[in-house]
Write a protein that binds this ligand. Structure first.
Ligand SMILES: Cc1cc2nc3c(=O)[nH]c(=O)nc-3n(C[C@H](O)[C@H](O)[C@H](O)COP(=O)(O)O)c2cc1C
Length: 352
């Protein structure tokens, strides 16, 4: 049952129009300021960073997608190999099948193919809340990962007639897990973003890393409806729900959390904008899946090498030799993102 669902998700995401239609990331409202006299050479640009205790060559993660079905094993291996070749991070898809049957771990075993990069496990908050925290924490060691991502997906659940309707307060489960995995627990959305209020709860539970997975990229309520045979004209408000990725970065920055910006990040300029807005890393799922469908492991390496080159190009053009300088460049924020920032600054004290 979970396996056939995962296969459907992979197929639908490869073949159909699964992204938000009207809502965007709002990254179009962010302009990096061009510096014609930066005095830098391309080879000067440094993009190294640290994530989950390991060094990355570029601040990029392949975010969670796959696991638990045989097809997922070869996909995960290809993605992990690509991440290893590029020196970026790799996140496994939901390990729920492993909670139900420890023998289901084979499609998640990628460490031998990616010995040097951070690998992050994955479980839904609902499954984590219903399981013994020691067992959940063991999902990390069982696949030689460096940390665990706990995903939140209430809109996706509510979009399915058979989905969850009860969403328990997460503090207890997150605290239990962060005690067992200190500094190695990440909380992520799956496309609807993280608000400042949610980020404060996450921080209070002892979690130090958050992936906003905001709106503007893959819409999971819509993927679920496509799975039930919905026609493209049948889009409704729930399929467009969520905090745009750019806005979610503004919401979560400045709280002492390591922030991953994802959800609709599609190229190196998007990445540079997120990093200038205050994110520490960026993540991508859908475009990586599609570059894999088009060209296997090499297709992923080619796509993500292009993203890294674009990121470095944008950094040079706004005079940022390294990620710290990029974070201090103060991009110009206009339009809807500026409105969001101003209105939410009054309400919930988002920074700047
Ligand atoms: C095929 C596919 C499967 C996914 N499976 C998972 C999953 O198992 N666990 C999870 O936390 N997120 C999962 N996601 C969500 C992504 O990690 C990401 O948060 C979301 O798709 C937004 O990023 P994007 O716009 O780059 O796709 C999946 C995404 C895709 C495309």
């Amino acid at each position: 049952m979970i396996g056939s669902r995962k296969l459907d998700h992979l197929k639908i995401c490869r073949e159909m129009d699964v992204e938000y239609r009207d809502k965007t990331t709002l990254l179009e409202d962010v302009q990096l300021v061009h510096q014609a006299l930066a005095g830098l050479s391309f080879d000067d640009i440094r993009t190294e960073t640290i994530f989950m205790g390991r060094k990355l060559k570029a601040p990029i993660l392949i975010t969670a997608m796959s696991g638990g079905v045989s097809e997922a094993g070869s996909l995960n291996l290809d993605l992990a190999r690509a991440a290893q070749a590029l020196g970026i991070g790799f996140c496994l898809g939901s390990q729920r099948p492993m909670l139900e049957d420890a023998a289901a771990s084979s499609s998640y075993q990628v460490r031998a193919a990616a010995p040097d990069i951070p690998i992050v496990g994955n479980i839904g908050i609902q499954q984590a809340a219903q399981s013994d925290p020691d067992k959940v924490a063991r999902l990390v060691s069982a696949v030689e990962a460096d940390g665990l991502a706990v995903h939140l997906n209430p809109a996706q659940e509510l979009s399915q007639p058979e989905g969850d309707r009860v969403f328990p307060e997460p503090a207890a489960v997150l605290k239990a897990l962060s005690r067992r995995l200190p500094g190695r627990l990440l909380v992520k959305e799956t496309g609807c973003g993280i608000s400042r209020e949610a980020a404060l709860k996450i921080r209070a539970a002892g979690v130090r890393v958050v992936d906003v997975a905001g709106a503007g990229g893959t819409s999971w309520p819509w993927v679920e409806k496509l799975r039930k045979g919905a026609k493209p004209q049948k889009r409704a408000w729930l399929d467009e729900w969520g905090i745009s990725t750019g806005a979610s970065v503004l919401e979560t920055r400045g709280l002492g959390l390591q922030v991953v910006a994802s959800g609709g990040v599609r190229n190196g300029l998007d990445a540079a904008k997120c990093l200038a807005l205050g994110a520490d890393l960026v993540g991508m799922a859908l475009p990586v899946l599609r570059s894999h469908a088009a060209g296997g492991c090499e297709g992923v390496v080619a796509f993500l090498s292009g993203v890294i080159t674009e990121l470095k190009t944008a950094m040079l053009l706004c005079g940022a030799r390294d990620l710290k300088t990029l974070a201090g460049t103060e991009p110009v924020i206009t339009g809807k993102l500026s409105e969001w920032k101003n209105l939410r600054r009054k309400k919930s004290r988002i920074r700047r």
